[in-house]
Design a protein around this ligand. Structure first.
Ligand SMILES: Nc1ncnc2c1ncn2[C@@H]1O[C@H](COP(=O)(O)OP(=O)(O)OP(=O)(O)O)[C@@H](O)[C@H]1O
Ligand SMILES: [Mg+2]
Length: 187
């Protein structure tokens, strides 16, 4: 008796796991398109997303020159970090690190990888520490190739229909980002 019952249970367990994986995979495919009518909308969204981030989160900021990646990162950093009055674009340094305002909170690593020549060069920038214990904001994330973590929030900025507007597509691959965004009413 024990054998067959055990097998039935494990069969059900396998189906449950497959179901969970399927749901996770489907969630990863869902993208949310947001309208950022002006710069204030971009900075307000950055502050809301900053409030729901924690150590280990990776945000990949994709988009052409001038679409608002640094504008988003600057507002995000100002919302979470001390000494963040001045948040320069890390165009030449490739990374800037900002300690959290709250004791014990994660530092924010702001990367601009446009000038990265090979993905391996990013190891010298401290990406391992950033991914393990910091919050990473990465402009030009595709430069990381296979080093880009699979569990991340993708933010794709595009020019909108007027000079001051942008659109943003949010998609969460893995992790519980989507649940956090929904709970906060962002999507
Ligand atoms: N809705 C908007 N959201 C964000 N920025 C906007 C918006 N409308 C206008 N802007 C302007 O667009 C510019 C965005 O520049 P920003 O440096 O943030 O772009 P970027 O994506 O980081 O570019 P790069 O790839 O060169 O680093 C700023 O001058 C900002 O004032
Ligand atoms: Mg930039």
């Amino acid at each position: 008796m024990i054998g067959p019952v055990g097998r039935i249970k494990s069969g059900a367990a396998v189906r449950a796991v497959v179901g969970q994986d399927y749901r996770r995979a489907m969630a990863a495919l869902v993208s949310h398109l947001l309208d950022l009518a002006d710069e204030a909308a971009t900075t307000a969204l950055a502050r809301r997303i900053a409030a729901l981030c924690r150590a280990g989160d990776v945000l990949a900021l994709d988009g052409d020159f001038g679409t608002g990646k640094t504008t988003f990162a600057r507002a995000f950093i100002r919302a979470r970090c001390t000494a963040a009055e001045d948040v320069p674009s890390p165009t030449f340094t490739l990374v800037q690190v900002y300690p959290a305002a709250e004791e014990g909170d994660a530092a924010v690593y702001h990367f601009d990888l446009f000038r990265l020549r090979t993905a391996d060069e990013a190891l010298d920038l401290g990406i391992e520490d950033a991914f393990a214990e910091g919050i990473s904001l990465i402009e030009w994330p595709q430069r990381l190739g296979p080093l880009l973590p699979p569990y991340r929030l993708d933010l794709a900025f595009r020019f909108g229909s007027s000079p001051g507007s942008r659109t943003l597509t949010l998609s969460a691959s893995g992790g519980d980002f989507l649940a956090r965004l929904k709970e906060a009413g962002v999507v």
